[in-house]
Design a binder for this molecule. Structure first.
Ligand code: DGP
Length: 116
């Protein structure tokens, strides 16, 4: 069940500030507070969902497509398509997910080693 008090829900409600990279009606992208690479952006849909699986099962196709198109838009904005990047989504306990609102990590700006 989705917890409306998770930290990313609070960021979406503007109760907590973030260093915004891109926002539109379906998604918000912002810099990770604890970067694991020179570039570390988090992308979240505004649709309330705890995990990748909840997002893909419960959001409609238009929202899902827009969100993933926006991931590419942010990759363009960061100008890292050519140099490369890593996308990660941690899901659930075994996946090491800390914040229970589905998010994608975009890591780039240097060679990404083995990270969690
Ligand atoms: P995960 O382990 O996949 O759930 O990653 C959660 C990420 O969220 C982690 O890299 C740190 C980041 N994070 C946690 N709290 C905040 C916050 O208040 N602001 C921002 N910008 N990032 C946060």
């Amino acid at each position: 069940m989705y917890d409306k008090n998770n930290i990313f829900a609070k960021i979406l409600r503007k109760e907590i500030p973030c260093d915004k990279v891109y926002e539109d009606e379906v998604s918000l992208f912002f810099n990770d507070v604890n970067p694991q690479a020179k570039i570390h952006v988090l992308g979240i849909p505004k649709f309330p969902c705890s995990t990748f699986s909840e997002f893909t099962k419960n959001a409609n196709n238009e929202i899902i497509t827009s969100f993933f198109k926006n991931v590419q838009l942010v990759i363009n904005k960061l100008n890292v398509e050519k140099s490369g990047y890593r996308l990660i989504t941690n899901s659930g306990e075994d996946g090491g997910q800390e914040v229970a609102h589905f998010h994608i990590h975009i890591l780039a700006g240097e060679k990404i080693g083995i990270i969690k």
